[in-house]
Design a protein around this ligand. Structure first.
Ligand SMILES: Nc1ncnc2c1ncn2[C@@H]1O[C@H](COP(=O)(O)OP(=O)(O)OP(=O)(O)O)[C@@H](O)[C@H]1O
Ligand SMILES: Nc1nc2c(ncn2[C@@H]2O[C@H](COP(=O)(O)O)[C@@H](O)[C@H]2O)c(=O)[nH]1
Length: 403
């Protein structure tokens, strides 16, 4: 069964002393996988608290390259297994790690990584944590200034504090009275933000009402690393960029009941000058047209009565009524035993943790079905299907799929 080892090169092994984890049991926390001309050596010291390192050996030039590593780097562990998927990412199984921290993806040639390579002009790789099923899609809330986006988001965060996390944007606008740096926004200067955009630190950015606003990669990662679903409050231009990105967000456009009511809300907030209010109302006309007709958004919500609108938002996020409790408690991690070997069959990664005797009597194989992966860096990689089985033949051929 399985495929041939992805990578066995004696001289490389001598140079850096790694062992390839593909289908074998081993001690060191280092592994390597070759994709095209590049060998990705991934690992660190045994059980160290240092992050797992990544180095690339370019066979075409004979040089070692240390790439820019995006995403939160996993800590070293008892061992790693690595398997290339579709030549654009490497699936990593961490041995002896917590259920929510044992399946990771190192992206080496995905859309996100290719964009980052273009911007930074150097080798880039990006970590993304693997999660089961379709949960945790980021949520983009867009709409004209004053429509109530912030109000709806605050309600969501208050009712579901452990489920949602707010993506704290960067902006060059001045803070309002109660706004705190790092909580409501990262308040910054134009020249600093422009440099950071050039350095590829942003998922999206736009000039809105005369100021620069943007979502940094880190802002999204802080939320996903905390195991929460990321909420972005961004304008229509930003939503368009997110739609084109690998974030695979749910995009929601919020409309006011009328332009008169929008003006009333904007004025009653008392946070803008007359000139700023008029500018925002003028921009609102354009945003309303784009929001309703551009095809960027998955859903349109009307914020007339606030409570009704909030209920509609919860409904379309699947967190109304009983569904809310189920979703909050659903385990997203994968419980893997510490000692196991890993191999691959088509779109299925087979994790074997049984002795030959045990295999005959009980379920000793865990199957990761990677045929429907979605998302990825700078968010999570979703769509993993995981099940236990006891036979290489029937279950893996799809004859006896568990429910
Ligand atoms: N359904 C509603 N009915 C009446 N007032 C509302 C409603 N929703 C929000 N508001 C009020 O409208 C004002 C603007 O709301 P909010 O600040 O949430 O808008 P926003 O879309 O986040 O604006 P911005 O894009 O400028 O940040 C607030 O004073 C808020 O309390
Ligand atoms: N494209 C982005 N737009 C953003 C971001 N953060 C906020 N916004 C939008 O800006 C306006 C104005 O916000 P305000 O706080 O000054 O009233 C509003 O429409 C926000 O949605 C961002 O990171 N990117």
């Amino acid at each position: 069964m399985g495929e041939a080892p992805a990578f066995i090169v004696d001289d490389l092994q001598n140079q850096i002393g790694f062992e390839n984890g593909f289908g074998s049991k081993f001690k060191g926390c280092k592994t390597a996988t070759t994709i095209g001309d590049k060998t990705y050596v991934i690992g660190g010291n045994d059980e160290s608290t240092l992050p797992v390192e990544v180095r690339i050996f370019d066979k075409a030039t004979g040089n070692w390259v240390t790439p820019i590593v995006l995403g939160s780097k996993p800590n070293s562990c008892k061992g790693l297994s690595a398997i290339s998927l579709n030549d654009d990412r490497i699936l990593i199984v961490k041995k002896g790690s917590a259920p929510d921290d044992c399946i990771l993806f190192l992206e080496v040639d995905t859309w996100f990584v290719r964009e980052q390579k273009k911007i930074r002009g150097t080798e880039v790789v990006a970590w993304s944590k693997g999660v089961r099923g379709d949960a945790e899609k980021p949520v983009v809330i867009s709409g004209p200034s004053g429509v109530g986006k912030g109000t709806l988001i605050s309600m969501l965060m208050k009712e579901f504090p452990s489920m949602f996390g707010f993506s704290v944007s960067h902006t060059t606008r001045a803070p309002r009275g109660m706004e705190k740096d790092g909580v409501h926004y990262h308040f910054t200067e134009q020249s600093i933000m422009e440099k950071e955009i050039k350095d590829g630190k942003f998922v999206e950015y736009a000039s809105v009402h005369g100021n620069l606003y943007g979502t940094s990669i880190e802002a999204v990662e802080v939320v996903t690393d905390a195991g929460k679903r990321c909420i972005l409050d961004i304008d229509v231009q930003g939503a368009r960029s997110v739609r084109a990105s690998s974030l695979e967000a749910i995009l929601i456009f919020v409309c006011p009941p009328s332009m008169e009511e929008l003006e009333t809300r904007l004025r009653s907030r008392r946070t803008e000058t007359e000139e700023q209010i008029l500018n925002r109302l003028q921009n609102a006309e354009v945003e309303m047209k784009q929001g309703k007709s551009s095809g960027i958004f998955d859903h349109i919500l009307y914020n007339d009565n606030l409570d009704d609108c909030y209920e509609s938002l919860k409904k379309l996020l699947g967190i109304d009524g009983a569904a809310a409790a189920t979703q909050i408690s659903a385990p997203q991690g994968i419980d893997l035993p510490a000692d196991h070997s890993v191999s691959k069959m088509d779109n299925k990664i087979i994790i074997n943790y049984g002795t030959p005797e045990l295999e005959k009597t009980s379920k000793s194989l865990i199957v990761l079905d990677v045929s429907s992966l979605k998302g990825g860096a700078p968010g999570r990689t979703r769509g993993l299907d995981v099940y236990a089985t006891d036979s290489f033949s029937d279950d893996l051929n799809g004859i006896n799929q568990p429910s």
